[in-house]
Design a protein around this ligand. Structure first.
Ligand code: NAD
Length: 346
């Protein structure tokens, strides 16, 4: 063992294993949460952020790990739910040694947890992790950057949503208007795909450079970050950050449907019910953005086959269409359709 790791097991009800790993030498302070491995080894990204306290990081990793169990279940992936957080160190530190030592922590779990990149980490960091463990996916030279698959799965889902909102959208999406919040790794790729389908785009991002590019290349209308939710459009696609659908924002929404990549878009499950009552078709984020997970999990099937992954993404609109039927028959929101399934299963 290259680094001296300190391991502390935390007893948390409802979780199979929660472990804090730290290392003085590399400034590593991290938590790995394994929620459920019934479907397979727990797979989930490594989130590296500055958290205000240990408790804040703990709550984040617990919520995210549980979400991964449901996301894997819904998207038909044979992995369980897990996640990790790395507390962003203060001052200078070496990413190389930090992620090598984190890889050592993952190795010590002997395959119960498989990590991948997430917010604040990159495919390059996964190369460092890989030096210490083989339990890592999303490697640069294999399945790589997940955003291509997330964006494509989202695009397929959005097409199905458009057809539910207006049956006249068949093969062509001409005439559809989509508002995208956030033109990052996923949002920008989605904008490009929609442009080629003839969709009218309205976009917002805190980064003016990226909105300028979308304006020039895709003829997108650019609005302020405070305005995007109000834009009158067919579909709103939140691709920036979580919590944007809340008791305040839902009263100003100008869309008929919501399908986006951002994780945890709802402030609380109740918001899904409020959206349903308002007649807004909300697709739960864990389904709309499942493409990245489907791709990462495919790396566990050797050899990794991108053509097979592409076909697997068709599951996303298929699951949406099936759940939509149930939602109509029972007159309940899509979120509730899925929550009822989770409750039956877990
Ligand atoms: P990203 O960081 O590359 O992009 C986020 C974009 O949102 C950036 O361009 C940023 O400038 C912009 N932004 C930040 N605050 C904003 C605001 N208030 N209003 C408008 N724009 C704002 O992230 P990403 O990889 O594109 O992921 C987007 C979301 O999707 C995240 O919530 C992520 O957790 C989720 N997600 C991503 C993937 C993936 O494969 N990358 C997979 C599943 C879920």
């Amino acid at each position: 063992m290259k680094y001296q790791l300190i391991r502390e097991d935390l007893e948390i009800e409802g979780y199979e294993k929660v472990v804090r790993f730290s290392c003085e030498e590399t400034k590593l302070d991290s938590i790995v949460a394994i929620h459920n491995t019934r479907q397979g080894p727990a797979l989930g990204g490594i989130r590296m952020l500055h958290y205000g306290s240990f408790e804040e990081g703990l709550q984040d990793v617990l919520r995210l790990a549980e979400g991964m169990t449901y996301k894997a279940f819904i998207s038909g992936v044979k992995t369980g739910g897990g996640k990790s957080v790395v507390f962003l160190p203060e001052g200078d530190f070496s990413r190389e040694s930090l992620f090598e030592s984190f890889g050592q922590a993952v190795a010590s779990l002997q395959g119960e947890y498989i990590c991948a990149e997430d917010m604040g980490t990159s495919p390059e960091d996964m190369q460092f992790v890989q030096r210490a463990t083989s339990y890592v996916v999303g490697r640069k030279n294999i399945s790589g950057d997940p955003s291509y698959y997330t964006a494509h799965g989202l695009f397929l889902c959005l097409k199905s949503v458009a057809r539910k909102l207006n049956a006249s959208f068949g093969d062509s999406l001409r005439g559809l208007k989509v508002a995208i919040q956030g033109l990052g790794m996923v949002g920008f790729k989605l904008a490009e795909k929609l442009f080629w389908e003839g969709v009218s785009l309205v976009v917002a991002d805190v980064n003016d450079k990226i909105t300028d590019i979308a304006k020039t290349r895709f003829g997108a209308d650019v609005v302020g970050v405070d305005e995007i939710l109000r834009v009158s459009c067919d579909i709103l696609s939140p691709c920036a950050r979580g919590g944007i659908l809340n008791s305040k924002s839902i009263s100003v929404l100008g869309c008929k449907g919501i399908t986006g990549a951002a994780n945890n878009q709802l402030e609380s499950p109740k918001i899904a019910e409020d959206l349903f009552l308002k007649g807004i078709l909300y697709v739960p984020d864990y389904l709309a953005n499942a493409g990245g997970l489907i791709n990462a999990a495919s790396e566990l099937e050797k050899p990794y086959d991108p053509r097979k992954v592409l076909l697997s993404l068709d599951r996303i609109p298929a699951i949406f269409n099936e759940a939509y039927k149930i939602s109509n028959t029972k007159n309940i929101s899509l979120e509730r359709v899925f929550l009822e399934r989770f409750q039956e299963e877990f």
